[in-house]
Design a protein around this ligand. Structure first.
Ligand SMILES: NC(=O)c1ccc[n+]([C@@H]2O[C@H](COP(=O)([O-])OP(=O)(O)OC[C@H]3O[C@@H](n4cnc5c(N)ncnc54)[C@H](O)[C@@H]3O)[C@@H](O)[C@H]2O)c1
Ligand SMILES: [Zn+2]
Length: 381
């Protein structure tokens, strides 16, 4: 027997910037990022979420002007690729295919950039396309929703859906950089403003009790989308996600534990059952509620904690009763999640607001009771 034990270490690093008006000609956020690749000009293919473009009709013009002013750094590839916004961009292969075509017809190579501007779905789909074309094109993400800025757009995962199965195809691929420009959020429909707050409540509950207390206290301001509170919520949520990816020892999720997926085992199923009528964040909010009630029923958290979780979720604007819950097959959803994790079931539950544990078994009967509580809108009291 002859064996070579191959081993090497790759160092990943990328900036995640928080700012406003980043396409103003005087802003250097984007040029500083592109310049990290060395002396320019560098070819940049913009990919824009159609709904973002409709809400910001001068976006292409501003981008072109920005590139003209900074032509020693950026060579904009025209025209930009405009893709449909929302979950359809992940469920239908059209967007990914268009991206592949553009990379071929316009000679986008591994040293060129794709600059994706859009919601979490478009960022996910184009992230997947960019990670697979040429085995990886440099990707700069400019997420435009709360959820994409505080979670979906800042990490190392991307995915598309396959035959109705959420996130079935995907890769782990670090972006070149992320630019969270808060100005994009001004045009978000109210539903999408609220939706992304679920990920902040999630990560606060499992990681940071103080942040949870802050979210609870500021729930009305967040519901009103008050600028200062919203920006703090996004930044702190992003920090906690980035800390986890950096220091968990498992950035590419090779183990079974998936703490950041608190509330997600059923959220993905609820999104599927509702045919994506439920937003990801809305489904996560229901998932958080379900697993928090379960944590209470199992004696892991106190009633006042459960009450505060409900007050926070409902206070920021979530509706925790959805008919998709009626069709949720708890046994099958847990089984699918187990398979997704790679064999061993690992569900995150709460021991207090700010601390979590992993369990490997779920009492299906008790979980059924939790579902009834949610469906009836009557929580344990
Ligand atoms: N990769 C990850 O780690 C990760 C993590 C969490 C969620 N996700 C994925 O993110 C997706 C959800 O993302 P989302 O909540 O951003 O929803 P989304 O991308 O569907 O966006 C919601 C809607 O708002 C529109 N929109 C986006 N920005 C806008 C703006 N500034 N103004 C007006 N309209 C705008 C979009 O076109 C869409 O119609 C899901 O597919 C989910 O699976 C991925
Ligand atoms: Zn999520």
């Amino acid at each position: 027997m002859y064996q070579i034990d191959q081993s090497f270490v790759m160092n990943y690093s990328f900036p995640v910037c928080f700012d406003r008006d980043t396409l103003a000609p005087e802003s250097t956020v984007l040029t500083d990022i592109v310049s990290r690749a060395g002396v320019g000009p560098h070819r940049v293919l913009p990919v824009i979420d159609k709904n973002v473009l409709e809400a910001h009709p001068d976006l292409v013009e501003r981008l072109q002007f920005y590139a003209d002013v900074h032509n020693e750094v950026i060579e904009l590839i025209e025209p930009p690729l405009i893709v449909r916004g929302g979950e359809i961009s992940k469920s239908d292969p059209v967007e990914v295919d268009e991206f592949y075509q553009r990379t071929q017809t316009q000679n986008i190579d591994r040293h060129s950039f794709a600059l994706v501007i859009g919601g979490g779905a478009v960022v996910d789909a184009i992230g997947y396309a960019a990670a697979t074309a040429h085995r990886g094109i440099r990707l700069i993400r400019m997420p435009t929703t709360v959820l994409a800025q505080n979670d979906a757009g800042i990490g190392v995962k991307n995915a598309i859906n396959y035959r109705g199965r959420k996130n079935y195809l995907g890769t782990f691929a670090a972006p070149f950089a992320v630019i969270n420009d808060f100005d994009f959020l001004n045009t978000l429909p109210p539903r999408d403003r609220v939706s992304g707050i679920a990920e902040a409540i999630k990560v606060a509950l499992i990681r940071d009790g103080e942040f949870f207390t802050w979210l609870h206290k500021n729930r009305s301001a967040l519901a009103d989308f008050s600028q200062q509170e919203t920006e703090y919520m996004i930044t702190r949520c992003a920090e906690l996600h980035l800390n986890h990816i950096r220091s968990s020892g498992d950035p590419f999720e090779q183990g079974s534990a998936r703490p950041l997926d608190f509330g997600h085992w059923c959220a993905h199923r609820l999104e599927e059952i509702s045919a994506s009528e439920l937003r990801h964040g809305e489904a996560v909010a229901i998932g958080i509620a379900l697993d928090s009630i379960y944590s209470f029923l199992k004696g892991m958290i106190e009633l006042p904690t459960l009450n505060r979780i409900r007050e926070t979720l409902e206070g920021v604007g979530f509706n925790l009763t959805h008919r998709a819950l009626e069709s949720l097959d708890i046994h099958k959803a847990l089984e699918d999640f187990r398979e997704h994790l790679g064999g061993k079931l690992c569900i995150t539950l709460l021991t207090q607001a700010g601390a979590a544990i992993e369990v490997n078994e779920i009492d299906h009967k008790a979980m059924e009771t939790c579902r009834q509580h949610l469906l009836e809108g009557v929580w344990p009291h």
